[in-house]
Ligand binder design. Structure first.
Ligand code: SF4
Ligand code: SF4
Length: 203
């Protein structure tokens, strides 16, 4: 009788260990599955922490984040839409998020849906427009974030000062002196840098 060789014995040992030991694979879909804490799953916005700056859309290598400035409506707003179907879960948006907490990769991995809309994550922010030319300035949350970071230095810039004080309801936003006054009369308005220069230089 031919005796089994060492290699065959080793295979037999592994087979017996597999038969009576714990399975190597997870029980999914019969049982649940908990991924590792460092698993890079579906990115999720945190509406209270996001300031709407759009940096995540700029750094996204697969253009999975769409940024729309809706200025046609009565309440101008910036809409950021993250499309999971084109996201490669690289984590760049989380890494370069200006507020550091606006978007985070979750550990969600078992997402399904029947329409592209099911794979969208969106956040909307009130948008601030220049009161002189009407161009987009920034989301109001971004301006408030900046005011907080600058502290007393924010008072050097009338736009930042006006936004922070309008929150306290001690100044009027959208002040219009009327046509009879020179452009300079609009210095104390919320303005884009271009209009700020124009109103400061015009006599
Ligand atoms: S994880 Fe990467 S691909 Fe996905 S939205 Fe963020 S930056 Fe874009
Ligand atoms: S705060 Fe972060 S998540 Fe929000 S728009 Fe800016 S970079 Fe994106």
């Amino acid at each position: 009788m031919k005796l089994p060789c060492l290699f065959q014995l080793r295979i037999l040992k592994v087979a017996l260990a597999s038969l009576f030991g714990r399975p190597y694979t997870t029980a999914f879909p019969k049982g649940g599955y908990t991924p590792s804490e460092r698993y890079r799953g579906r990115p999720r916005y945190d509406e209270t922490e996001c300031i709407g700056c759009g940096a995540c859309a700029e750094v996204c290598p697969s253009n999975a984040i769409e940024m729309i400035d809706d200025i046609a409506s009565d309440a101008p707003r910036r809409i950021l839409i993250q499309h999971l179907d084109t996201c490669i879960q690289c984590g760049q948006c989380e890494r370069y998020c200006t507020s550091e907490k606006g978007i985070k990769l979750s550990t969600e991995w078992d997402y399904v849906g029947f329409a592209r809309k099911d794979f969208e994550e969106r956040v909307e922010k009130e948008l601030l427009l220049c009161e002189v030319c009407g161009k987009v300035l920034a989301p109001i949350d971004q301006i408030r974030w900046l005011v907080k970071r600058l502290g007393a230095l924010a008072f050097c810039n009338p736009t930042l000062m006006l936004v922070s004080h309008s929150n306290l309801q001690v100044v009027d936003r959208g002040f219009d002196p009327g046509d009879g006054y020179p452009l300079r009369a609009r210095r104390i308005n919320i303005q884009c840098p271009h209009c700020r220069r124009k109103t400061a230089m015009t006599v």
